[in-house]
Design a protein around this ligand. Structure first.
Ligand SMILES: [Zn+2]
Length: 219
């Protein structure tokens, strides 16, 4: 009875046989996670590294998650959580590789945005304690589990990525999700780039890597 599948790795294709990977190959065993990336006051209006539209994203994510929690096997938040991230911080930042101090661990700005007070995520991961970390997949949960392990152990096959900023941490998180073989959608109305130009660049990169760019009202 127990067929040994020939599939290796984490393909999302239509292979037959039994796999232990992350694929939902045989008839729609989709398990989707909502990845809420870096929705923190530090990246919103009035924050240390404010992105215009950040507060609106926070409120939109909160509304969406409250209305559609049943779509998700898992809701995960990520936070930039810097203790001493070395050259990620600079007094003379170039806003490419170096930034003004932001997301400082233990400060109110680094907490989840107050709009998410009722989100009650299943898992919260933090990243960047001692080095730059754009992707949520560089983060770990309170038990020290990397995000990829969290999703794998929950049987997650698909992710929806939302949050701040589309051009940076959302982009990196989506690209890492795709690299892990997760079907990945980015909900454009629930994210915002640092600038429109960088947003366009990010969307092109995510689409080229296989992400589906959509909006929450199209789901
Ligand atoms: Zn950072």
């Amino acid at each position: 009875m127990t067929a040994e599948g020939t599939t290796t790795g984490t393909t999302t294709g239509t292979g037959t046989g039994t796999t232990t990977g992350t694929a939902a190959a045989d008839g729609g065993a989709v398990r989707r996670a909502l990845l809420v990336v870096d929705v923190q006051p530090t990246f919103c209006e009035g924050g240390a590294l404010a992105v215009e539209g950040g507060d609106a994203v926070a409120e939109g994510v909160a509304r969406y998650a409250a209305a559609h929690r049943d779509r998700y096997a898992l809701v995960v938040t990520t936070q930039d959580w810097h203790v001493d991230p070395g050259g990620h911080f600079s007094d003379d930042p170039d806003y490419v590789d170096t930034w003004p101090p932001h997301g400082v661990a233990g400060t109110a700005e680094a907490e989840l945005h107050p709009a998410l007070a009722d989100l009650r995520p299943d898992v919260s991961v933090r990243k960047g304690e001692y080095a730059a970390a754009y992707s949520g997949f560089e983060g770990v949960d309170p038990q020290g589990r990397p995000l990829a392990d969290v999703l794998r152990s929950a049987g997650v096959t698909d992710v929806d990525v939302v949050g701040i900023a589309e051009s940076h941490c959302v982009r990196s998180t989506a690209l890492d999700a795709l690299a892990l073989g997760l079907r990945t959608r980015v909900l454009g109305d629930l994210t915002v780039p640092v600038t429109p130009e960088l947003g366009a660049v990010a969307r092109a990169a995510m689409a080229a890597a296989g992400a589906e760019l959509t909006t929450s009202d199209h789901l």
